[in-house]
Design a protein around this ligand. Structure first.
Ligand SMILES: Cc1cc2nc3c(=O)[nH]c(=O)nc-3n(C[C@H](O)[C@H](O)[C@H](O)COP(=O)(O)O)c2cc1C
Length: 280
């Protein structure tokens, strides 16, 4: 039967195996201890770490071509490299991140380049490349301690350059606290200083935006969009002297509940803890 193209966006365009992959790549609360042990075993094993770190493609006795380290546009490239060199994962946070810090971080990492160039067929370009310009990722900010901003969950509205507070926790602050603690299992995991960090940025994929056009391949594209945004957040943080660290340690179903996501279409792909640098 011919497909009705009008319904494409509302149909499930992912195959059952793609949906299975999304499910099987989740961290579940009942798996947490085993998963943590597995990661700990790999990290503490010299053999495994040598295998991971020392691996490169070995082609044997073939022609080797040295690359030229001199470049044109030297000054611009120097500045580019300076920020790239300063990019790092910072796991200690100072208190006092404010709305100016957060605004600068968001507005200089994921943004619309020229809104006036948008049409109904082609969106305005953004600060990342995106397969087919479908831009399947949205950024949410879980505010913990940003000065002058209420605790809760915010949607980063990049077109309007503002944060929109999710209303689900209005008058239900204790529900927010419970869901945050569940998603980041703060009762057992103590390595993040959630009392000092400003909050947590979450990259959420709306998979139908990519899959209605690219089917299962859209999942790959969504992952790449999320990675591009993450790199830009790192670079903006380096330029702004802010502290950021990606954090893959969260419970998927619980973060979905915290953010009010509709699964399997909307999924959190990664999180970043953000804040001020610790000075002392
Ligand atoms: C997808 C992703 C997930 C990560 N998850 C964690 C994490 O859960 N905990 C952590 O301390 N660092 C995490 N990191 C940070 C890496 O450990 C870090 O990027 C790596 O050690 C290289 O260090 P650098 O970023 O300072 O160059 C993550 C990084 C990425 C890209």
């Amino acid at each position: 039967m011919k497909k009705n193209i009008d319904n494409l966006f509302y149909e499930q365009n992912l195959s059952p195996s793609a949906i299975d992959f999304i499910e099987s790549s989740k961290v579940k609360s009942y798996d947490l201890a085993d998963f943590g042990r597995h990661i700990g075993t790999v990290m503490s094993s010299g053999y495994h770490m040598r295998q991971i770190i020392g691996t490169s493609v070995e082609l044997g006795n073939t022609e080797k071509v040295a690359l030229n380290t001199e470049t044109k546009n030297e000054d611009r490239v120097k500045e580019l490299r300076r920020i790239q060199n300063e990019r790092k994962s910072t796991r200690a946070f100072g208190k006092g991140m404010d709305l100016d810090d957060l605004s600068a971080l968001l507005l200089n990492s994921y943004f619309v380049i020229d809104g006036s160039k948008a049409s109904d067929r082609a969106p305005a370009r953004r600060s990342i490349a995106s397969g087919g310009a479908v831009y399947s990722i949205d950024q949410y900010f879980i505010n913990l301690n940003v000065v002058g901003l209420e605790r809760g969950v915010y949607y980063y509205n990049l077109q309007q350059e503002r944060l929109d507070k999710l209303p689900i926790y209005d008058g239900k602050e204790s529900l927010f606290e419970k869901r945050f603690a569940d998603a980041f299992y703060t009762n057992i995991r103590k390595d993040w200083d959630f009392d000092s960090a400003g909050g947590v940025l979450v990259s959420v994929a709306t998979l139908s935006r990519a899959s209605c056009k690219y089917k299962d391949r859209g999942v790959r594209f969504a992952l790449m969009d999320a990675g591009s945004i993450m790199q830009n957040v790192h670079l903006a943080a380096a330029a702004l002297d802010l502290a950021v660290c990606a954090n893959g340690g969260y419970l998927d179903d619980q973060i979905g509940e915290l953010l009010g996501l509709i699964e399997p279409d909307e999924i959190a792909l990664n999180t970043m803890i953000v804040g001020r640098m610790k000075t002392e």
